[in-house]
Design a protein around this ligand. Structure first.
Ligand SMILES: Cc1cc2nc3c(=O)[nH]c(=O)nc-3n(C[C@H](O)[C@H](O)[C@H](O)COP(=O)(O)O)c2cc1C
Length: 707
């Protein structure tokens, strides 16, 4: 097979001209062709109306009901993540069965048949590093034997040329790379001995400096990769959190004072129980925060567990995402130095560039775009001490950080039952303390929050919470000023509702109006009630507001910015189903991407995956696993040229249809075996032991049938 760039792709009947040159569909296709709307079938709620020529129905048969997909399952970390090492489940007790969810997913094992010792895995054949295990080492040290018997042969994709080596001149997977023959050679020494060497590893690193980093630790273009020694020190509790400790000592006294004040009788005049009278200032104030900006020109990619991995975010940034977030990490494992949670903090170098900024837009005081960056991290925690110490750790060890977001929307039981995630919506004063404390220890890094409308459908709490996040709770507000939350994102659903029903954008709009009002009140308050130094509040006191839910086209996006009046829109599933949504927003028009263009995004994901995780058996199959996770959403895209009505709606499911060509039909397949086939186009044959189960059963016909 030739390199994917040159290899012939099936003709998909849609022009392969660059998207920007093609005629765009700015109006519903039927309307643009002058067809009368009355000739179209009516638009039915929840159903994507496919043009009849693409429907798969036998003559006289009714259009079959589309299957319902429940995204709850996808949101949780329901299965061990292969990057996690050992991922522990929730403590004790049975978990409530979640309908339709594939729990306990396994992905098989994918490693070489014989393990090559690290002491020889990157070095020339005759110069191994000393083996740390010495005599006790049971891995293989004989390179030639390993190449013959210890691994499968090279794969033939990309013309057999290692995509990482081709790009960077070195391959961190060394002798384990599955494109090894493209970067190894045998040299003959003067004494006639023949030695195997890796091409490129004899050179200095690509940066032009002598490589201090071991080749296996090098990941090109990846930042925020903290050294193992820090994780080790964290795990041994050897890291000093002096700032947090000092703050937490004060916080414990303040919380107790507040508790006594809160529970005293109305007529109790004892001053020792009066919060205001007894209030003591915290040991230090937050430092001046770096200014950030959210605007019309900065669509944001939502934090997405599993899906929002580094290769996927890199793809989205390339397609126009201006703000990105890590997958959610749990505060406690961060503090314990757990590799899996720190791995989530890695970012691609494209994410540390400044986001787009239109200086002629609404002027943001003192905003220096050149100091801003795209990538923020997200954590959740159930106790202030965890949130505060995590914030200090993240700030101290991650050099590239836009903000730290606290997830108060996570609905999954495993998180909610511990009091973290969306449980924080019902403990607003705890949340406020967390944010104040995180702000105090996070140096110049701003703190933000992501919330839902409430926990239960019957009690929407977001408006009250937003008041608190902007101004502070009544007592704390008077003493300490505003909590300094730099931005709030509201997902327009409740926890109870999960993904049923559309996101409530009118509620989001009401909250946007409230925030505008509170932002003004806050400025007045600052001037009068308390003497908070202006620079201790982020963005000079302005709290940004991001709306979130169901955004699936530039039409949705601009509707929300213009009518709900949010600063920007955060996009989740819409970006996984259709990553070029960001390009549509930038260009302000629909893009009817051909199947072959969509295939190039899959190829990019595969290449970016190998760069981030390696091109050896392990890295390649991590890439495959996360590519399949991506495809489990990507197949939902219904090409707009097939639709009777625009704008397309994320929550509308299509009946069975065929694409405009075979590739388009293949990309719409709901059968996970087809997804594996697609992965094989760019990652070579899946090992026989490789398994994949989508997070939700309805993503796969076969599993559904088995279940
Ligand atoms: C697969 C998946 C993973 C998610 N992971 C997270 C997460 O880690 N943190 C978070 O705050 N929200 C997470 N969410 C929620 C999204 O960020 C977003 O709020 C939600 O999907 C609604 O936006 P949408 O309608 O644009 O998808 C996740 C959602 C999905 C579907």
């Amino acid at each position: 097979m030739g390199s994917p760039e040159t290899r012939e792709r099936p003709d998909d009947g849609v022009s392969d001209e660059p998207a920007s040159k093609r005629v765009k569909l700015d109006v519903a296709p039927a309307a643009s062709s002058g067809e009368n709307d009355s000739q179209k079938p009516p638009r039915v709620k929840g159903l994507a109306t496919i043009k009849k020529e693409y429907l798969i129905t036998a003559p006289g048969q009714r259009v079959p009901e589309p299957e319902a997909i429940d995204d709850d399952a996808a949101e949780g970390r329901t299965a061990p993540d292969p990057r996690d090492g050992q991922q522990k489940g929730p403590k004790g007790g049975k978990r409530k069965k979640q309908q339709g969810q594939n729990k306990e997913r396994t992905f098989g094992t994918f490693s070489d048949t014989i393990r090559l010792c690290n002491s020889v895995a990157w070095t020339p054949e005759f110069s191994p590093r000393p083996c740390k295990q010495g005599e006790r080492c049971n891995a293989l040290h004989d390179l030639r034997k390993y190449l013959k018997e210890g691994r499968r042969g090279d794969i033939e994709i990309f013309g057999g040329v290692c995509p990482v080596w081709e790009k960077y001149g070195q391959c961190p997977s060394g002798w384990r790379c599955l494109f090894l023959s493209s970067h190894m050679k045998e040299i003959e020494h003067a004494d006639g001995r023949k030695e195997l060497v890796l091409v490129g590893s004899e050179k200095p690193s690509v940066d032009g400096e002598e490589a201090e980093e071991k080749p296996e630790e090098k990941r090109y273009g990846v930042v925020n990769d903290i050294p193992p020694s820090i994780k080790f020190d964290l795990s041994k509790k050897r890291v000093n959190f002096e700032k947090s400790d000092q703050y937490l000592e004060w916080l414990a006294k303040d919380t107790e004072l507040y508790r006594v004040h809160h529970h005293r009788q109305k007529d109790d005049v004892d001053e020792s129980k009066d919060y205001r009278a007894q209030y003591v200032e915290p040991p230090f104030k937050p430092s001046e925060k770096r200014k950030i900006y959210f605007g019309r020109e900065t669509p944001a990619l939502a934090p997405l567990t599993t899906q929002g991995n580094l290769p996927f975010r890199r793809l989205c940034v390339e397609l126009g995402a201006e703000i990105t977030y890590s997958e959610m990490a749990l505060g406690l494992p961060v503090l314990q130095g757990q590799k899996a949670d720190w791995t989530l903090m890695r970012a691609h170098e494209s994410e540390v560039l400044p986001p787009r900024f239109n200086p002629s837009g609404p002027v943001e005081q003192c905003y220096d775009n050149s100091k801003d960056l795209r990538f923020g991290v997200q954590i959740t925690a159930n106790a202030p001490w965890i949130a505060i110490k995590s914030a200090e750790a993240l700030t101290r060890f991650l050099p590239h950080l836009r903000l730290i977001d606290i997830n108060c929307g996570c609905p999954i039981d495993m998180v909610f039952k511990t009091g973290a995630g969306s449980a924080l919506l019902d403990t607003p004063s705890k949340l406020e303390r967390m944010i104040r404390g995180m702000n105090a220890v996070s140096g110049e890094i701003p703190i933000t929050a992501k919330i839902r409308m409430g926990v239960s459908d019957h009690k929407l709490t977001a408006q009250k919470l937003i008041e608190r996040l902007t101004l502070g709770g009544p007592e704390m507000r008077d003493q300490q000023g505003a909590p300094g939350c730099a931005a709030v994102t509201l997902h327009g659903r409740t926890r109870q509702q999960r993904y049923t029903r559309a996101a409530d954008w009118s509620y989001i709009g009401e909250c946007a109006a409230l925030i505008k009002q509170y932002n003004t009140t806050k400025n007045d308050l600052q001037d009068t009630i308390c003497e908070v130094e202006e620079n201790s509040l982020p963005n000079g006191g302005k709290m940004y507001f991001l709306g979130n839910g169901d955004c699936y086209s530039h039409v949705d996006y601009f509707d929300h910015v213009d009518n709900a009046k949010v600063d920007t829109v955060m996009i989740g599933r819409g970006a996984i189903v259709k990553p070029w949504i960001f390009e549509e927003i930038e260009k302000g028009q629909y893009l009817d991407k051909s199947a072959s263009e969509r295939l190039t995004y899959i190829e990019k994901f595969a290449r970016y995956g190998m760069e981030a995780w390696g091109s050896d058996e392990l890295g390649l199959n991590y890439t495959r696993r996360f590519l399949l996770e991506f495809l489990s959403f990507f197949n939902r895209y219904v090409p707009i040229g097939l639709l009777e009505y625009l704008p397309p709606n994320l929550n509308e499911r299509p009946p069975a249809y065929r694409g405009r060509n075979d590739l388009e039909t293949l990309l719409a397949s709901k059968d996970y075996k087809d997804w594996i086939k697609i992965s094989e186009m760019f990652l070579g044959p899946a090992p026989t032991e490789f398994r994949f189960q989508p997070k939700h059963k309805s993503n796969s016909y076969e599993i559904e049938a088995e279940g």
